[in-house]
Design a protein around this ligand. Structure first.
Ligand SMILES: [Zn+2]
Ligand SMILES: [Zn+2]
Length: 345
């Protein structure tokens, strides 16, 4: 089958690789109908995330069930499905507490041997282990281009917005207008903020943020914290959602909120540690939340919100390309010439 493989730092290639087949009794083989390119894929491309050469890339995918193991209860061949970007066993102590991303037996798709040795979704087929607690059926009538987002970045954006504790009438600051920041902006609207400021340095992304209900602030042209203070009578935002992961972005997210406010960080950290303003956090009684998304908890309600027409994540798709052109897709996404790219096999 055709698949995009990692070859080494800066080098990915579409190749012919052996078609995978189910091995475990809880496995499902999915024929991929749509994959997507994610910022996390670029971390692999640049060597910031370790990956073994030859491994298949891609952790955002939807498809049709092709084959099921004997213990799979929720799916049968022919079902349309969306997968979380990671597997969870569904029965360990932390899965039972609802924290599927802390599962003792998890693996991440498209991340090679270091993250569970799973296959990837930028391919024609992928095996999904522990399928009953990793996938959701796609509602009838919903496009692949809508459903694919609940497996990672829409869930992540919503997770960020929910943990920002937004209340009706609030002022929210979203730091970063990449795909996750845009979907955090979209998700934040479900909680009824009066104003959602979105900070970035790329005008084309800020224009989309504006279409999604955001008020753009270009950090190249104006100091974002000062701009938010000016707009709020010197008080600051009620909460911020950090969607970049750079220490400077985390710093902006902390300084943009008022006393008693909440900072919700979902950006993948670019550094292991950094300075943390303990005194400011304490003096201003701030709440700081950080973490990667517990996707399995959010897929079902988000599919229901999309089906009801209350979320339109497909609006951020800028490029529809073929898997054969995946190398070019990585190049233009890396150059920030694309907002979100989907790939069809
Ligand atoms: Zn992703
Ligand atoms: Zn588990």
């Amino acid at each position: 089958m055709k698949a995009l493989t990692f070859q080494g730092e800066g080098d990915v290639k579409v190749m012919d690789v052996p078609k995978p087949s189910i091995a475990g009794s809880r496995d499902v083989l999915v024929r991929v109908t749509l994959g997507a390119v994610c910022g996390s894929d670029l971390h692999i491309l640049h060597g910031h995330t370790p990956m073994n050469p030859g491994a298949v890339l891609g952790h955002e995918f939807v498809g049709v069930v092709d084959d099921v193991g004997p213990e799979v209860a929720r799916f049968k061949p022919g079902d349309r499905v969306v997968s979380s970007f990671f597997t969870a066993c569904g029965h360990c102590a932390l899965c039972r507490k609802g924290w599927f991303n802390q599962c003792v037996d998890k693996g991440t798709f498209g991340h090679g041997e270091y993250f569970g040795g799973l296959g990837g979704g930028q391919a024609e087929y992928v095996v999904v282990p522990n399928a009953d607690s990793t996938m959701e059926p796609i509602p009838d009538g919903m496009d692949d281009e809508q459903a694919i987002f609940v497996g990672d970045i829409l869930s992540t954006g919503f997770f960020g917005a929910e943990r920002a504790e937004i209340r009706p009438g609030d002022v929210v600051a979203v730091v970063g207008a990449g795909p996750v920041g845009l979907l955090a902006t979209m998700s934040a609207q479900l909680f009824g903020p009066a104003r959602t400021f979105v900070i970035d340095m790329v005008d084309s992304r800020l224009e989309i943020a504006q279409e999604l209900g955001g008020i753009p602030i270009n950090a190249k042209q104006t100091h974002p914290v000062e701009a938010i203070e000016r707009a709020t009578g010197g008080i600051g935002a009620d909460s911020s959602i950090e969607c970049v992961g750079l220490l400077s972005a985390v710093d902006t997210a902390i300084h943009a909120v008022r006393g008693g406010g909440t900072i919700s960080m979902v950006g993948v950290p670019s550094a292991v540690g950094g300075e943390f303003p303990y005194m400011r956090m304490w003096l201003k009684s701030l709440t700081f939340r950080a973490g990667w998304c517990n996707v399995q908890k959010y897929m079902r309600p988000l599919l229901d919100l999309i089906a009801a027409g209350r979320l339109h994540p497909e609006k951020i798709i800028s490029h529809r390309m073929k898997l054969d052109d995946a190398e070019e897709a990585y190049r233009i996404f890396d150059a920030r010439e694309a907002t979100k790219i989907v790939l069809s096999p």
